[in-house]
Design a protein around this ligand. Structure first.
Ligand code: AP5
Ligand code: ZN
Length: 207
């Protein structure tokens, strides 16, 4: 099964992805994570991508489409995957549709995590991620047992570079219109499902 998770920055895509992935037993493909990893590894692509990411801007399509298609060609995606952060615009949605068709596949369902914009700033500026294992926390909504330490591996928790207030504002501004265009696109494809992401994490897990 091929699933796409759509939502504004901070809507909880990554949080929901972990639950869906375990449930459906499909690999998680996060374009944002791949780009951050490339930036940490200081690859040519990563260094270019970082310039856009730290400003909250979208990385150019030719880079994101290329990196995502490469990942989808991996053997572990043969029976489906969970896409988070791709597509972000109609050009990417069309490229994904063409790629799927060329491989006799399709996007089975698109889950739009709908969250009131007012909640997003707090969610993102309060997010903390483990430097060692990548586990995600929130200082209020999903706090670790010990401040700044990961429950799972005792690694140090840090704030993502693009989670400061100014960059979050830019991310929201850029993505607002695009997300509406994408939900309209997938609505017309008949694959859109909307979930109310404003509920707490526990409530969402049960729904
Ligand atoms: P990416 O990494 O994809 O970030 P994003 O889309 O901005 O989304 P986030 O990961 O920040 O948020 P999320 O929805 O996953 O929220 P989370 O579950 O962590 O992209 C980063 C950058 O890479 C982009 O800005 C762009 O530059 C580039 N990029 C990526 N893909 C691209 C593409 N296709 N094209 C071009 N450029 C691309 O939750 C957030 C916080 O809230 C957490 O702390 C969590 O604990 C908490 N939380 C989650 N759910 C709830 C809840 N229900 N109640 C209370 N708290 C909650
Ligand atoms: Zn950890």
């Amino acid at each position: 099964m091929n699933v796409v998770l759509l939502g504004l920055p901070g809507a909880g895509k990554g949080t929901q992805a972990k639950i869906i992935m375990e449930h459906l037993r499909i690999p998680y493909v996060s374009t944002g994570e791949m780009l951050r990893q490339a930036a940490d590894n200081r690859t040519e692509l990563g260094l270019v991508a970082k310039k856009y990411m730290i400003k909250g801007e979208l990385v150019p399509d030719e880079l994101t489409i290329g990196i995502t298609k490469n990942r989808l060609l991996n053997a572990d995606c043969a029976n489906g995957c969970l896409l988070d952060g791709f597509p972000r615009n109609i050009a990417q949605a069309q490229a994904l549709k063409d790629f799927m068709q060329a491989h006799c596949k399709k996007i089975d369902v698109v889950i739009y995590v709908d969250v009131k914009e007012a909640l997003l700033m707090e969610r993102l500026t309060g997010r903390r991620t483990c430097e060692q294992c990548g586990a995600a926390y929130h200082v209020v909504y999903q706090p670790p047992r010990i401040v700044s330490r990961c429950d799972q591996c005792d690694g140090n928790l840090k704030r993502r570079e693009d989670d400061n207030e100014a960059t979050v504002q830019e991310r929201l501004r850029i993505n607002k219109d695009l997300i509406m265009q994408l939900t309209a696109f997938y609505q017309s494809e008949g694959s859109l499902r909307v979930i109310d992401g404003s509920q707490g994490i526990e409530q969402l897990m049960r729904s």
